[in-house]
Design a protein around this ligand. Structure first.
Ligand SMILES: [Zn+2]
Length: 313
């Protein structure tokens, strides 16, 4: 199927996205071409590596990093707490608990379809960002995709000054991909060396992100905060098409309590599985192309979670 087919059906405002998706169309049509950015072809998917964010206890993390937790200063201790626990909602739910719960539900649904799944952690244990990458680099996951699951929190210190402002605090999901060649992070953080990162799975990342965004936005009441880009360690180090989902804001009182509920976690899990299934369908047919041609909204954002996600410990 040629690119001209799509151009003839859509107005010129879609051309920018069509360029992004051009190589997907070429590869899906069976043409063995590589683009100038060294983008890998999008091929069949043989499994999903799920990466539930955070996990474990600060003492455990410090030990793995050859540090004695009790001997550390206040800020170092706080750093380890944030790395292990992640964000904490108003009702006391830790991000590490919610990410693992959602990942386990996704795993169960995919296994029900007899689709291979692996996890960077399957219990409440500390796994460093580097160890997560090391797992993603394993040859046994060649031709898989990676879905990293997190929840967000806002750094807006003004938001908590009144009850009304608390309930107007940021909410909604965001999907992160690695910036494309020559692009900058939408988070405003472009650490030295990051811009030189080779993004060899750009087409796959974008296709997976759009597949996820469409399905997640179908959850009733959820706010779509768009596809964003960041130099997160797990995205930089992953050799396969990868996305990082921030499934809602722990810092928003109502969304924070929703995130801790089994019902919301199940809805998220079903949407993630639907996104994975759509991506798998896209890799074998371009019949669903209509759905991915809406321009993704890429917006600037910054959360505390990003400080952890940007740094390999
Ligand atoms: Zn997180």
């Amino acid at each position: 199927m040629s690119l001209c087919f799509f151009v003839s059906r859509f107005s010129w405002k879609h051309v920018g996205l069509l360029v992004v998706l051009f190589f997907a169309a070429v590869y899906l049509s069976g043409c063995a071409t590589t683009n100038t950015a060294g983008d890998s072809p999008i091929g069949p998917v043989y499994g999903v590596l799920l990466d539930p964010g955070h996990g474990g206890e600060p003492e455990e993390a410090a030990t793995q990093n050859n540090e004695r937790f009790n001997g550390l200063g206040k800020w170092e201790k706080q750093g380890y707490r944030e790395e292990c626990y992640g964000a904490i909602s108003g009702n006391g739910c830790m991000e590490k608990t919610a990410t693992l719960a959602v990942a386990k539900k996704v795993k169960a649904l995919l296994e029900h379809q007899d689709f291979p799944v692996a996890m960077t952690r399957s219990t409440d244990t500390y796994v460093s960002l580097n160890d997560r990458i090391a797992k993603a680099m394993s040859p046994e996951y060649h031709d898989w995709i990676m879905v990293s699951i997190h929840f967000n929190r806002s750094t807006d210190k003004q938001q908590a000054t009144s009850l009304r402002q608390k309930y107007q605090a940021p909410r909604g999901f965001e999907i992160y991909v690695l910036p494309g060649e020559g692009q900058r992070s939408t988070m405003g953080s472009n650490a030295p060396g990051c811009m030189d990162t080779v993004n060899s799975t750009r087409s796959g990342n974008m296709l997976l992100a759009r597949s996820m965004e469409i399905r997640l936005s179908e959850i009733p009441g959820i706010r779509d905060r768009g596809i964003r880009s960041a130099w997160f360690v797990v995205l930089r180090g992953s050799p396969m098409p990868s996305v990082l989902i921030e499934g809602g804001f722990m810092s928003n009182p109502s969304e924070g309590s929703l995130i801790s509920s089994d019902d919301y976690q199940q809805k998220l899990a079903r949407a993630i599985v639907a996104g994975i299934n759509d991506y798998r369908a896209h890799t074998t047919t371009f019949a669903h192309a209509d759905a991915i041609l809406r321009k993704p909204s890429i917006t600037a954002s910054k959360s505390l979670d990003s400080d952890y996600l940007m740094t390999a410990h």
